[in-house]
Ligand binder design. Structure first.
Ligand code: ZN
Ligand code: ZN
Ligand code: ZN
Length: 459
């Protein structure tokens, strides 16, 4: 292994297990040659001080990772030495001078990654953090959509008789509405009209990218650079169901890079986080004094310290990042998310509250579905056209990081009749709406004789 390679191997600053500055120094001649004939690990210096502490001879199967090769993967993972020992199996230069107090809740640190990878064309922005949604260029489908002929159905009007029947049913369904007014009132006029409910739905897709990694155990992989990686939006990821939100993740072909594990810098093991690399911890019972109540401490046999439960005294544990395999396979994934956007517009010509139109049946006057719909232009009510135009434009431009897969829009007509009545010489109005002939009568002239808890006094 050349010195240049060593440099690249130790260029990362890895807080946690390895202190700030790590520089290679000449490799000592190993006392025992590794069976796999893999080059022995170079010793290294930490903050200028040589680390003979890479006591690799004492640790079986410790082989230095060689980036991009299979040799290391074939040699298998580092496995923790068996049994309990009184002498640490690895001397950590940055271990504290004295044993630390045992903390059974101590947690393994996270190992920061600072690797510089060869850029992969089209994915230069990708890091180990998930990217923001990636913008897609304006879709060419836009100009391909031909304007369809717009044929509109018509809304069935409600007759004067329908209006009276509907009102009678409405009154009957309210326990405390007196029937007297409806029997006595005269319907002066029934003016039919329609409310229009325009709605548009866009089914779109978002994509993000992220670099992931897994222990490299010698599995097959598609090396980055051998064949160009496909573009982020070129990867086929069809939706399982149209107009159903869902998510999926897929590996991008030809983006694999094998590199040294950042958790253990290619050792396969890391410093035990519970004993901080000492192999022993301070006895809690005697607070490290070895004596309790003027007698030798029973818990530690008077030593003031005892073997670390996590590493059995070896001071090192298997690296959780590479599972001891020393190398990682880094690869890029594309994550997609299918999303739905809905928008509505209600166009009414009466005082009927617009929200009531949502919940009733009407006639479908127009509907269309395509990868990119065109706005309604020819409907006789100008406001409907204008709002269709506004919402179609919004759905084309509002989400620039989404690919539109399909759009649909429709226009419903809901019959609304405004009835003018007179009762006891007083005029008033009510409305009958929807195919169900629902009634909206906000000021029904009645006296409630029910108890004071009757809902009609509350509504
Ligand atoms: Zn330990
Ligand atoms: Zn003790
Ligand atoms: Zn590792």
């Amino acid at each position: 292994m050349s010195e240049q390679q060593d440099d690249s191997m130790y260029q990362d600053n890895l807080p946690g297990t390895v202190p700030e500055t790590v520089q290679p120094v000449p490799t000592p001649t190993p006392a025992v040659q590794n069976q796999d004939d893999v080059p022995p690990p170079p010793a290294y210096s930490v903050n200028g001080a040589t680390q003979p502490g890479d006591d690799w001879r004492t640790l079986q199967s410790y082989t230095q990772a060689v980036p991009g090769t299979m040799a290391n993967a074939k040699s298998g993972p580092w496995t923790p030495p068996g049994g309990e020992v009184d002498q640490a199996s690895f001397n950590w230069a940055d271990a504290p001078d004295t044993e630390v107090e045992d903390n059974e809740n101590a947690e393994e640190p996270t190992y920061q990654m600072n690797q510089a990878f060869q850029p992969i064309p089209g994915y230069e922005f990708v890091t180990v953090k998930e990217s923001k949604p990636i913008a897609i260029q304006m879709q060419s489908k836009n100009s391909l959509v031909e304007t369809e002929p717009e044929n509109f159905s018509s809304v069935t009007d409600i007759s004067e008789e329908d209006a009276k029947d509907a009102l009678m049913k409405h009154v009957s369904s309210h326990c405390c509405y007196g029937k007297k007014p409806v029997k006595e009132m005269t319907i002066e006029s029934v003016t039919p009209s329609s409310a229009y409910h325009y709605s548009i739905t866009t089914f779109g897709e978002q994509r993000t990218a992220q670099r992931l990694y897994e222990p490299f155990k010698g599995q097959n992989f598609q090396q980055a650079g051998s064949v160009p990686a496909p573009g982020l939006w070129e990867i086929e990821m069809p939706p399982p169901m149209m107009y159903e939100p869902s998510e999926s993740t897929q590996e991008v072909e030809n983006t694999s890079i094998i590199d040294v594990c950042h958790g253990c810098t290619g050792r396969g093991f890391v410093k035990c986080y519970r004993c901080k690399g000492k192999g022993k911890v301070r006895c809690k019972n005697c607070k490290g004094k070895g004596v309790k109540k003027n007698e030798p401490c029973k818990k530690c046999a008077g030593k003031g310290k005892r073997r670390c439960y996590r590493c059995n005294g070896h001071a090192c544990i298997t690296c959780s990042v590479c599972e001891g395999f020393k190398q990682l396979r880094f690869y890029i994934v594309v994550k997609n998310k299918f999303v739905i956007h809905n928008d509505d517009h209600i166009e009414g010509q009466t005082a009927l509250p617009k929200k009531l139109v949502y919940g009733v049946a009407g006639e479908t006057l127009y509907q269309s579905e395509s990868p990119m719909v065109n706005p309604i232009r020819m409907f006789p009510v100008a406001n409907v056209n204008e709002n269709s135009m506004r919402l179609v434009e919004k759905h084309r431009t509002q989400w620039p990081t989404e690919r539109i897969i399909m759009q649909k829009h429709d226009l419903r007509g809901v019959p609304v009749s405004e009835a003018g009545y007179k009762w006891k010489e007083k005029p008033g109005k009510f409305w009958v709406y929807g195919n169900e002939h629902k009634v909206y009568f906000p000021k029904y002239p009645h006296n409630c004789f029910c108890c004071c808890y009757c809902p009609c006094t509350i509504i």
